[in-house]
Design a protein around this ligand. Structure first.
Ligand SMILES: CC(C)(COP(=O)(O)OP(=O)(O)OC[C@H]1O[C@@H](n2cnc3c(N)ncnc32)[C@H](O)[C@@H]1OP(=O)(O)O)[C@@H](O)C(=O)NCCC(=O)NCCS
Length: 175
């Protein structure tokens, strides 16, 4: 597996120990996490981080995470992760977080498209899924722009900071 891949404006590098501070700051940022889940303690973030540093294969149960940097500046813009969910129809769930300073540039759309293309060609995934809260319009728009379709809306699906939220489940089958 390559350690680095590139799209037109972005570089994706596999998560490494030196990314700890970026990951810690993202998972403890209340604004970024508002539609994803409660902000985590540093200890919980570290546990999660260490799991993701482990070598990844299709049989892994942990997420394969890529740190995304802007080609033009070299700055960190966020990350994208995928996790195998089904091995009969080889399926990956995709998740992503972008820093506020880089929103609205089409980066999330570019990154998700690129990851779907890469994961299809490299690992043979046949299907991709993603989940986001119903009220998270920007994320839903990203999923729609990459061609995902809305399969179901599930009320009271996730608890975020003491409030039950409705989730939207999206998927895309690739041929
Ligand atoms: C959601 C997120 C990924 C969007 O990233 P981004 O790089 O700004 O996304 P893009 O620029 O590729 O596309 C965003 C789209 O949403 C639209 N959008 C943004 N805010 C919106 C809003 N409040 N209502 C409706 N549409 C909105 C944009 O106009 C754009 O669509 P368009 O190209 O048709 O104009 C980013 O804000 C983020 O990481 N947020 C925090 C973490 C998170 O919630 N991750 C997703 C978990 S499911």
């Amino acid at each position: 597996m390559p350690n680095q891949i590139y799209s037109e404006r972005l570089t994706f590098t596999k998560l490494a120990e030196h990314d700890w501070e970026l990951v810690r700051s993202i998972y403890s940022n209340q604004t970024l996490m508002q539609h994803i889940g409660a902000t985590m303690t540093e200890e919980a973030i570290r546990l999660h981080f260490e799991k993701e540093l482990a070598p990844w294969s299709l049989a892994s149960t942990h997420w394969l995470t890529w740190i995304i940097r802007e080609n033009a500046s070299g700055n960190d813009v966020g990350f994208i992760s995928m996790c195998t969910r089904n091995r009969e129809i080889l399926t990956a769930e995709i998740g992503f977080i972008f820093l506020d300073a880089y929103k609205g540039k089409g980066y999330a759309t570019e990154a998700v498209k690129h990851m779907i293309d890469f994961a299809t060609k490299t690992y043979g995934f046949k299907k991709f899924t993603a989940v986001c809260s119903e009220e998270h319009a920007a994320s839903r728009r990203v999923l729609e722009k990459v061609g995902m379709k809305l399969d179901k809306i599930v009320p009271d699906s996730t608890e975020i900071n003491g409030k039950m939220v409705t989730d939207c489940f999206y998927s895309l089958e690739v041929s």
